[in-house]
Design a protein around this ligand. Sequence first.
Ligand code: NAD
Length: 491
Amino acid sequence: MTDTRVDVAGVQVATEHYIGGRRVGSPDTFEDRSPLDWSWKLADIARGDADAAAAAVGAAVEAFPSWAALTVEERAAHLHRLADAIEERIEDLAQVECADMGMLLESLRKRVIARGAANFRNYADLAVEHDERVWASKGTENRVVRMPAGPAVIITPWNAPWLLSTWKLAPALAAGNPVILKPAEWSPLSASLLGDLADAAGLPPGVLNIVQGIGEEVGAALVNDPRVARISFTGSPEAARHIGQAAGRNIVPFTAELGGKGPLIVFEDADLDAAAEKAAGQFDDGGQVCLAGTRLLVHESLRHDFLERFHRHVDAEVLGDSRDPATTISPLIHPEHLARVDGFVQRARDAGDRVVRGGQAAEVDGSRDGLWYEPTLIEPASNDAEVVQQEVFGPVLTFQTFRSEDEAVALANSTAYGLSGIVYTTSRERAERVGRAVRAGTVWVNTFLVRDLTAPFGGCGISGIGREGGHYALEFHADLKTLQILEDSTT
Ligand code: NAD
């Protein structure tokens, strides 16, 4: 056993996999750098290969019978201990996630890290409350029994590593499935700390395994392993297509939470300032948010008033170091991602779309060499524009106007995505009508990102397959059985 650690913002972080309760290396490594300062090398991380994948699945297979045999209450107690361990290390986790992903430190400290603990507590409680359905029919007693399915592979993207890994781990573990977590290669560190938290919480070895590495390498090896019983993926539609093929070959259920291109619709009866402020808020986290309302659809009578307010709110945003409490917009994750975002903007210019504001790497502390991108607004030449139809995943919004409610809904539903939507109106009837008509997994009216952890979460179209959240995720991680006993045949 090896356990190589590096100091990241004062926190010791393991650079190796966590398999069967031990730190295990791989022959190769990959480099992890900080988006806050690209010259800041954080770590050389174990680059998982087929051997690492096989070992992690093997550890989960071994742990499965005893984890599945625990009562729901016993597993829930483990999850609460994991949540306790998280709550003791909020500052460490916030520092590491900030350095690794670039998310604002204050928001990590105050909200995001604690939400990870809440994910475990929520699923501990939900699993205990989740009754078996029992009913009588055709002279039999019927009962729906949930059987833990087996080892689950969980694959997460780089943009909200802590939130998403805890959100996906909690239901799998609560349902009785040991897990192999494969975090994204651009932000692998908070997941690594989960191994230490599992040790601190006394989780049995092999119940939580963490394998680091590249998606097309170790990620592909994991999803192709026939011993895996569930695959829960969050990331891009491109990767989902590969993973879905592996799931299909092995006949394994999989959920896919994918990209978004959400509309933010502002009707003529809206609270205009609230809507404009929320629109400007779509640049938070550098716009690297799958749920963001990136297509501003505004009633044509409001064009001038809305834009005036929107620009005022955007002018008040502060691009800077995510550790500075004054900063409101963080850098992008990686130079390659910055180039990708800029590529969308340059192609939009070339295609005749109008760049209304922004449109280049931002100057921060007198330099454009960092990974910040100017909050950008584009008025497209048509609804077919690439920048309207494709997810940019950066601080780039489009602006279009509509004349009627029908036109607003048609524009909202005109992309291949369907993850989320935001509607601003003061009419209750319109809120219901448009809320139902927008084709998306979540629609917020006059608010954004407020989430009840028991609500279903997922996307339509190329935004995903399946639903997570609440008992939906518990059902996904179980094999359901109908147990029928002839009435009066047993005592
Ligand atoms: P990505 O698809 O490139 O990578 C996601 C994860 O999949 C990474 O861990 C990667 O290593 C792994 N991966 C890639 N190819 C793989 C393969 N062939 N087999 C197995 N694993 C593979 O996505 P990304 O760039 O990390 O994340 C951004 C995307 O994630 C955006 O589209 C964003 O909208 C989406 N996202 C969706 C949600 C949601 O809940 N719907 C949340 C956050 C992010």
